[in-house]
Write a protein of this length. Structure first.
Length: 130
């Protein structure tokens, strides 16, 4: 996590410019990072409608979501039927995070991902009873 840092633009090759201020007399540090790395640094492992979710189902960066042009997490929760479609066992953690967040009501997966999900530890019951 870079403290005292401001993002100032998106450039070629999908890089974001960051300026990290140091308050100890050192000159500022300029960083070029990919947006995916910024979101992953918040602990996100899943994304729906631009909203990043952590493994426990919480929003990874609520302040970041204020700057995303998308529906809010609250609006997403009010949609009665949200169908997630995924394939590949590597998506299991993300699917479980979205289930814990109670943002999906139905799931379509391939056989390999289904087997991985079925062998995963039990997921706590969803909050709204979807």
């Amino acid at each position: 996590m870079l403290t005292g840092t401001t993002a100032f633009g998106i450039y070629d090759h999908h890089l974001v410019g960051l300026n990290q201020r140091h308050h100890d007399g050192r000159p500022d540090t300029l960083w070029r990072v990919r947006p995916r790395h910024i979101v992953l640094a918040t602990g996100a492992i899943a994304e729906v409608c631009g909203l990043p979710f952590r493994p426990d189902g919480s929003l990874a960066d609520p302040e970041l979501t204020e700057h995303i042009f998308s529906i809010s997490a609250e609006q997403l929760h009010r949609i009665p039927r949200v169908i997630a479609i995924a394939s590949d066992p590597s998506k299991a953690e993300a699917i479980l995070a979205l289930w814990r967040a109670d943002v999906i009501s139905e799931l379509v997966v391939d056989a390999d991902l289904a087997e991985t999900l079925l062998s995963a530890p039990a997921v706590p019951a969803a909050g709204s009873g979807r």
